[in-house]
Unconditional design. Sequence first.
Length: 116
Amino acid sequence: MGVPEKPRAPKNAAPQGQIGQTVQLIKDYARQETLGPLKGAGRWILLGLAGAVLIGTATAFLVLGLLRLIQTEWPGTFDGRGMRLLPYLFGLIFCVLVAVLAFMRINKSPLTKEKR
């Protein structure tokens, strides 16, 4: 013969009354419209940063290799006063080319895609 327990309301139960329901509806809507897109954006940002680091590192090694190749294989070609900077100009042009190609590949679509 124990004391009867009172029925407990579940933790996620909607509050009673019209004001409580309205507040809960606003909270649910805010969560849906902010947290959902942010979860997808976090993955996009992480992958974008990883790609940027890899492309940047690869470009730096390629430019350094191109610069050393030009300076080693054709040492007498670039001996003039302004000609010594020409291999570095080639490296800069290569970096700009890689940057332009990367910017052209940027996806302009929104993070959240409408499901059909």
